[in-house]
Design a binder for this molecule. Structure first.
Ligand code: 5GP
Ligand code: ZN
Length: 140
């Protein structure tokens, strides 16, 4: 049995578990989150099982993300919201509960209480320069 057999989103893709679908093509599926943070909270997923965004081939990631502008515009038009957050949690420490890549589209409204400011730090000394170099060298 493959690891996808136990994956709730793979089961949704396979039609074994129902969802409130809003869009689908050969490669992606978008549906309402079952526990919405706001009305119209949508999840966009690749149909193929990838656990992490950083494990996706670039073309599969592009195939997924290309739908965001149109999908977000539809969510805004349907909900009347004019603000939203795009959120991708990767890894349990970052809050990923479902181990199948998914992009949250979360409509926002004044006073919705969801918040958005995370506490920012400052780099000390050379730390920023060092890190930029370490990341850049892995991309060269
Ligand atoms: P994560 O914390 O992994 O980024 O978010 C997982 C999201 O998937 C949660 O917001 C949760 O409500 C949603 N979710 C979990 N199981 C189901 C399901 O069976 N159907 C739908 N539509 N959403 C689900
Ligand atoms: Zn899956």
């Amino acid at each position: 049995m493959s690891h996808t057999a136990e994956c709730i989103f793979c089961k949704i893709v396979a039609g074994e578990i129902p969802c409130l679908k809003v869009f689908e093509d050969d490669a992606v599926l978008a549906f309402l989150d079952i526990g919405p943070l706001a009305d119209g909270h949508v999840l966009l997923i690749p149909k193929r099982h990838y656990e992490r965004l950083d494990a996706m081939p670039a073309d599969a990631a592009s195939e997924l993300m290309q739908h965001l502008p149109r999908l977000a515009a539809a969510v805004l038009a349907a909900t009347g919201a004019d603000a939203y957050n795009i959120l991708v949690n990767i890894g349990p420490v970052a809050g990923q509960l479902v181990m199948h890549v998914h992009v949250h589209i979360i409509p926002r409204a004044n006073g919705d209480g969801l918040g958005y400011r995370w506490s920012a730090k400052q780099y000390q000394g050379d730390r920023g320069k060092q890190l930029a170099g370490q990341i850049a060298s892995r991309l060269a």
